[in-house]
Write a protein that binds this ligand. Sequence first.
Ligand SMILES: Nc1nc2c(ncn2[C@@H]2O[C@H](COP(=O)(O)OP(=O)(O)O)[C@@H](O)[C@H]2O)c(=O)[nH]1
Ligand SMILES: [Mg+2]
Length: 405
Amino acid sequence: MGFTVGIVGKPSCGKTSFTNAACMTDFKVGSYPFTTIEANVGVTHVRTDCACRDFDVEDNPKNSICIEGVRLVPVKLIDVAGLVPGAHEGRGMGNQFLDDVREADVLIHIVDASGALDSEGQEVDAGSHDPVDDVKFLETELTEWMHGIVTKDWRRIASRVRTEGAKLDGLLLEKLSGLQITRPHILKAIRASGLTASAADHWSEEEIRHFVSTLRGIAKPIIIAANKIDRPNAEENFNRLKETFPDYLVVPVSALAEKALKDLDKSGVIKYIPGNDDFEILQTDKLKEQEIAQLDKIKDNILKKHGGSGVQNILNKAVFDFLKMITVYPVHDANSLTDSDGNVLPDVFLVPEGITAKEFAGVIHTALMESFIHGIDARTKMRISDKHVLKDRDVIKIVSAKGSK
Ligand SMILES: Nc1nc2c(ncn2[C@@H]2O[C@H](COP(=O)(O)OP(=O)(O)O)[C@@H](O)[C@H]2O)c(=O)[nH]1
Ligand SMILES: [Mg+2]
C-alpha cells in the first residue's frame, strides 16, 4: 500500500492546519506501515463502504479500520514546504518542495480563499489578493520544474529516437520514474498532446512545453481546496474559482473548523465524526457561552451550508471521484474470506478503476504477478482470468505458481 496526497500551496494558506486536522485521529495507527514518519508526514484516511456488509460477516481489518460497515483506508499526507513564485529557480524554500512533490499521486492545492495573503504568503488587506492567481502560479511552478527535467538533455534523447529508433517513452521514463511518473502516464501525455513520439526531434519548443504541461496534469493532478471558507470574501472567491477553472475540482474547506471540532470531540465535549455535517454537544457545562455561539456558527455557516468542513470531503473526492480509485480486498481463502491467519477481510487496496486481476496481483507483490495462474472471485466462487477487470469492493483470491495469497 502507499497512496500519497501532497498538500501544497503558498506559505500561510493553511497546509499544516489541513494536514493536522486530517491526520488527527483517535484510532490507533500503530499497525500501519507508516508508523515511523517524518515531521511533515501524516496518515489520514478515506471513507468507503466496507465489503463486510455485502457478505454479512464480522471482519478483522489489518491494514485499515472498519467502523459499523464504514471502511477507513489509510492514505499518506505530505505537508509540502510552502511554495512561492520562482521556486523552481530556487526562490523561497526552493527545490525542497519538489522533493516532496515527487512522491505524491495527487496534489491538494490549499488556497487562501479569503484573499488576505499576497503571492508570497504575506498578510495583506482581506480580499485584496486574487486566489485565481495562486492557482495559475502553482501550475506554472510545477510545469516549469518538470520542463527543466525533460529538456535537460532533450537533444540527445530526441536524436536517439531518430538515429537508433529508441522509444521516447522508455528514454523519458528513465528520467522521470523518480517523480512517480509511469510509462502509461507518458504514453497518455504523448497521445493527449497530439504529438508523434518517433518525430520527437522535430517537436518545436512550444510542442515540448505543451507535452510537459499535459504530462504534469496527468501525473500530478491538482485539486483545489478553497480554504478559510469561514472568513470574509471567501465565499465569493470560491464561486469565482469554480467559474474560472471549470475543469478543476474546487471544494470549500475550513481546516480551522475541522481541527476545532476534532479537538472538542477528543476531549469528549462534543461527538463529531469526520465528514459529517453535524455534531452533538455532550457536555454543555464545559463550554462558555461564547464557545457555544462559535459552535453554532460553525454548524450553520460551514457544516450545514457546505455539507461538512470539507477536509474529509476533499480527500474522498480526490481519491474516488477524481482519481477514480476503487477498493479491492485480497484474501487467501475465497470461502472464509480470510488471510492465512484466519483474519476476515484483513486488507483492502486502493487501486485504479479498470485494473485487471493480474495487475492487482502485481500490486500485492511483483512475484505474485509473475507467477499468476488465475483468480477466484469470492462472491461468485468463479475462476477469473488474468485480463478480468475488477470492480469496487471485489474480494479476490490470487492463485499463483508460487503458492497462493
Ligand atoms: N480562519 C481560518 N484560518 C485558518 C484556516 N486554516 C488555517 N488558518 C490559519 O492560517 C494561518 C496559517 O496556517 P498554517 O496551517 O500554519 O499555514 P501553512 O503555512 O500553509 O502551513 C494560521 O493562523 C491558521 O490558524 C481556516 O480554515 N480558517
Ligand atoms: Mg506549514
